[in-house]
Design a protein around this ligand. Structure first.
Ligand SMILES: [Zn+2]
Length: 271
């Protein structure tokens, strides 16, 4: 049984079975299950509102080649260019860039270029635009094709690998670290957020985007926020708890619906 290692502060005493799936919801990435029966569930904590996914399917290698193949095919560049060309009112990335640059200006008291580490950079759309704003960007992604794409097409520094294995003395420290739709994909988001402290320059901040389970659940179990790739779906309370248990502090949490209609929680986090 896949058991996410983050337990809510309520210690799992108030979990209730919320959703059960015996087939992929429409729009979910079609993974090769190798003959395994599709079956998975979401349990929700009735106190803090955190959502825990669990299933018995073997999804080894989900984020290796298969994830990138299924998500982007061999068309990283094409997909990147299509997203970059979206009009601002249809682009989640435009909203993200405006939030991060706006908060950075308020937080640091200036709009000078800053050092950014984007963890789980994927297509690199976010660091590409931040680079255009003059920021010094480094991308990190477990898939070597994403890192190569970041270097060749996005034109920024990039490293391949798992954030938990990244050596702090190799990449230095950053004013801003971003986890855009990353922490819900890992079994242990608490360990990952804690680790960000080692890479944060004094006075820096972390920016996190996560699926908003409370808002998405109003629309139904079929919503993409509850797709198979997510081990965790958050509430404002469970995101707050995640931050404080990482020995960091919430500066801001907001619930919003993005241009793509995703229900998302965003947070600015300081040390
Ligand atoms: Zn709880």
């Amino acid at each position: 049984m896949v058991k996410p290692t983050l337990h809510c502060p309520c210690e799992g005493r108030y979990l209730e079975r919320a959703f059960q799936y015996d087939a992929p919801p429409a729009g979910e990435t079609a993974f090769d299950l190798g003959g395994q029966v599709y079956n998975r569930v979401y349990d929700r904590c009735s106190l803090c509102g955190h959502w825990f996914a669990s299933h018995t399917m073997n999804l080894d290698g989900l984020y290796g080649g298969a994830y990138v193949d299924n998500t982007y095919g061999n068309r990283l560049r094409e997909t990147f260019e299509r997203i970059i060309a979206l009009p601002p009112d249809q682009s989640d990335n435009t909203g993200r860039v405006n939030r991060v640059t706006g908060f950075a200006t308020r937080h640091f008291g200036h709009s000078n270029p800053l050092r950014l580490l984007d963890v789980g950079s994927g297509l690199g759309v976010f660091p590409y635009v931040m680079k255009q704003r003059g920021w010094y960007c480094t991308a990190l992604d477990p898939d070597p094709r994403s890192a190569q794409h970041a270097r060749d097409v996005v034109g920024i520094d990039a490293a391949t690998g798992d954030f938990m294995a990244l050596e702090a003395n190799k990449v230095g420290r950053f004013d801003v670290i971003t986890f855009n739709k990353v922490l819900e994909h890992v079994e242990d988001p608490l360990a990952m957020l804690k680790r960000s402290r080692e890479f944060l320059a004094p006075g820096g901040f972390v920016y996190v985007e996560l699926p908003d389970g409370e808002a998405a659940a109003q629309a139904g179990a079929h919503r993409e926020e509850f797709f198979i790739e997510h081990h965790h779906v958050f509430s404002v309370a469970s995101l707050s708890a995640l931050v404080s248990r990482s020995q960091l502090s919430v500066a801001l949490i907001e619930s919003l619906q993005e241009a793509s209609k995703k229900y998302t929680l965003i947070s600015f986090i300081v040390s």
